[in-house]
Unconditional design. Structure first.
Length: 439
């Protein structure tokens, strides 16, 4: 008996991919030359597929591959999706004045549409909570807002077509309004990275009124109610719970929100605070820096925050407008608190002789923002060193901790020697405004 062994070439198809499910049809250990195999990839919840790697190319989630004369090994780019959440609190003169006279919000919405149009790999959802002016408010009851209160998904097309749910009149100053929006987001969208922004007027620290005489998100149609620092902390904490992690960047896009008081309130719910120490110009610059997500979905929160600061500088320096914008690492805030606390305790124990007058002189000569409630922390330390003795080790500790917390800071002024040139990234509330005005 003569026996002949016949062999046929066969090849493996292998892959290494995380955060997605791969389906091969047929699913076998070996494939013959010329055999066709259907391939499908399904990203896990909160992730996005952006293209094949290795022996495969293209971006089609379903494709047919033909086995040739070698093994096939491939991978895939799977990135975490971004949820960009923006609360447009326009129920005030932002709508009936800024929009009417300058088309500010229309420009912002066009910017967001442009960002989404460039998001070819669909790595982000841009979702808006919109609160337009209510014409029943007697202050401007002849004005009819072009914006419908509700929830929107920016598609890159006509904004009116982006309305997903009309809510009826809402109160931007009510925590429940923000929580309801977040509930809607998580009922319909999923993401692993989070950029959360509130756009409106801002007035900084809410001391001592928790009913929000100060804050952000002022709502004229509800008696000027707004979100205090404490209420913002509640909103951020709620979003953190829904996300299962800290918010990557919290950006209160408003004046005077760059204080240590707000940073302290939200430090347990966000990684970074992006904010302005000063009166921030509501101009045609807005959210252009979100384009950095489309070009690099895996961009770090640090680099995205830096991109916002640089984008603002490029714009406002180009049109000769004063501004400040800082990126604060909230995980570094505790050492700054400790250093400030130690400095305060030392002074409290030795408040004798000329020290009270010297400290008052230091505060009064510090860098006041356009409203006299706030002073720049770094410059205040410099003035304390100039007006007192024996505190340099404590002020040095504050400056060191401040430098660690403020990861990036850009400012611009066109006025020569001006305090914008000397801001260090965070302000602190100081009750010296009466002395300022009395002078």
């Amino acid at each position: 008996m003569a026996i002949t062994a016949c062999f046929e070439e066969a090849y493996k198809i292998s892959y290494s991919i995380q955060n997605a499910t791969i389906t091969l049809d047929p699913q076998k250990d070996w494939y013959k030359t010329g055999e066709e195999v259907s391939l499908t990839i399904l990203p896990h919840e909160g992730y996005q597929f952006t293209g094949w790697t290795g022996d495969l190319n293209g971006k089609d989630r379903e494709k047919t591959i033909t086995v040739a004369t070698s093994d096939i090994s491939f991978g895939a780019n799977i990135v975490e999706r971004w949820l960009v959440l923006i609360h447009f609190a326009l129920d005030n003169d932002i709508d009936y004045d800024f929009e009417t006279n300058y088309d500010i919000i229309s420009n912002y919405l066009a910017t967001l549409a442009d960002v989404k149009n460039k998001d070819e790999d669909d790595v982000m959802d841009i979702l808006l909570l919109m609160d337009g002016y209510d014409e029943t408010d007697p202050r401007q009851n002849e004005y009819d807002s072009p914006f419908t209160d509700g929830y929107y998904e920016i598609s890159g097309g006509d904004f009116d077509d982006d309305l997903k749910r009309a809510t009826g009149e809402i109160n931007s100053g009510d925590v429940k309004t923000s929580k309801d929006f977040i509930d809607w987001v998580y009922s319909n969208y999923k993401g692993k990275r989070h950029f959360y922004s509130v756009f409106n007027h801002g007035s900084g620290f809410d001391d001592p009124n928790l009913t929000a005489t100060f804050g952000i998100g002022f709502d004229d149609s509800h008696g000027g109610d707004s979100l205090s620092h404490n209420e913002l902390a509640q909103v951020l904490s709620y979003l953190k719970t829904k996300a299962g992690k800290k918010v990557d960047i919290f950006y209160p896009y408003a004046c005077l929100m760059g204080g240590i008081e707000l940073a302290w309130e939200v430090k347990n719910s966000a990684d970074y605070l992006l904010s302005s120490q000063e009166v921030f110009p509501a101009d045609y610059w807005s959210y252009e820096a979100l384009n950095n997500i489309t070009s690099d979905p895996q961009i770090s929160s640090l680099n995205l925050g830096k991109a916002f600061c640089n984008s603002a500088y490029d714009y406002f320096s180009g049109i000769d407008r004063d501004f400040t914008l800082s990126l604060v690492d909230l995980s570094e805030l505790q050492p700054l608190y400790n250093a400030l606390d130690s400095l305060a305790k030392v002074f409290n124990k030795n408040m004798q002789g000329d020290l009270p007058e010297s400290l008052n002189a230091a505060a009064l000569s510090g860098l006041m923002m356009n409203t006299p409630y706030y002073t720049d922390i770094g410059y205040l330390m410099d003035r304390i060193d100039s007006c007192t003795t024996g505190a340099s080790s404590y002020t040095a500790a504050v400056n060191s901790a401040l430098s660690s917390a403020v990861k990036y800071h850009r400012n611009f002024t066109s006025n020569g020697f001006d305090y914008y040139n000397y801001t260090t990234g965070l302000t602190i509330f100081h009750n010296i405004w009466e002395a300022q005005w009395s002078d």
